[in-house]
Design a protein around this ligand. Structure first.
Ligand SMILES: [Zn+2]
Length: 293
């Protein structure tokens, strides 16, 4: 069984937080790494509810610099400083260096650890992180300010069939070589192993429906998407539940989680009904909802 990708929806509201829905923030745990996607006001409290120390957060991906998506950064950085963090913290986002510099200056005592920034969104789609087990790409989306969505892609993996390895008399050392080079003494990797494709998860951030994003989300295991309104609203730089559910079905997304709801909706039951009627694998996010992929 592959290692689970664990997702906690820390905040699922939009511009104004309510007692039920905080500002956007999503925690993803995978392969020993803790990552935050957006860090709105109140993220620290939500992390405490999830029993996750902010010291564990290795990287933060900000979709755009509207306060609902980053207002939690300054207090979190101060907490990390007070807790004597020494590990560097990586922060990604459009114009990340400019905004992080500005935030870092708002402090009497400076910051006792390094913050590494990476600016994203200059290209339509860009690989911004490559680790042993997964990659992260940013994808430009369509909002009122420079904004990106993020694609988390687990690397494809070759699983050795031990029976076949035995048949070809391959030792553990031989298998290591074959996995690295794709061939060993004329035996191709595909003869003794099966390729299992990595899982794909996409977070839209705030955006009008974007064809580019849905192209990238084709066959994705999970799409977390802006669902601010139920009906399309031409004048607003957000998506509607109806459009997103329709496109998720068309692009064969396996599971859709709608988030970032306008506080005009007192109950999300109606939103859920609308979404499920169009695309049955729709889920309406709530604060502290947990999922495993
Ligand atoms: Zn927002």
């Amino acid at each position: 069984m592959p290692e689970p990708i664990e997702i906690t929806f820390l905040g699922t509201g939009s511009s104004t937080p309510t007692p039920q829905r905080g500002h956007p923030a999503i925690l993803i745990k995978y392969s020993g790494d803790h990552m935050l996607f957006d860090c709105g006001e109140g993220t620290q409290i939500q992390l405490q509810k999830a029993r996750v120390s902010p010291m564990k957060i290795k990287r933060i991906f900000i979709s755009h610099w509207h306060a609902d998506h980053f207002a939690g950064l300054l207090p979190m950085i101060e907490t990390l400083h007070l807790q004597n963090r020494k590990e560097p913290l990586e922060i990604y986002g459009p114009e990340a260096s400019r905004f992080v510099d500005a935030i870092s200056e708002l402090s009497y005592w400076g910051i006792g650890f390094e913050i590494k920034t990476k600016d994203c969104g200059e290209e339509d789609m860009e690989k911004i992180l490559d680790t042993e087990n997964y990659e992260i790409h940013s994808i430009k989306v369509d909002h009122s300010v420079p904004s990106v969505g993020y694609i988390f892609k687990e690397k494809d993996r070759w699983n050795i069939d031990t029976k076949l390895a035995k048949k070809y008399k391959l030792s553990g050392k031989d298998l290591k070589i074959i996995k690295e080079k794709g061939i060993f003494k004329g035996i191709k990797l595909s003869k003794v192993a099966k390729l299992s494709p990595g899982r794909k998860l996409i977070y839209s951030g705030d955006t009008r429906v974007s064809k580019k994003l849905f192209n990238a989300a084709k066959n994705a295991d999970l799409l977390i998407h802006d669902g601010t309104f139920t009906e399309p609203m031409e004048s607003r730089a957000h998506s509607s539940v109806k459009e997103v559910a329709k496109l998720s079905k068309k692009y064969n997304v396996k599971k859709l989680v709608l988030t970032h709801f306008s506080r005009r909706y007192k109950s999300v039951k109606e939103i859920e009904k609308i979404a499920k009627k169009i695309f049955k694998n729709s889920i309406v996010a709530r604060d502290m909802m947990e999922m495993k992929l």
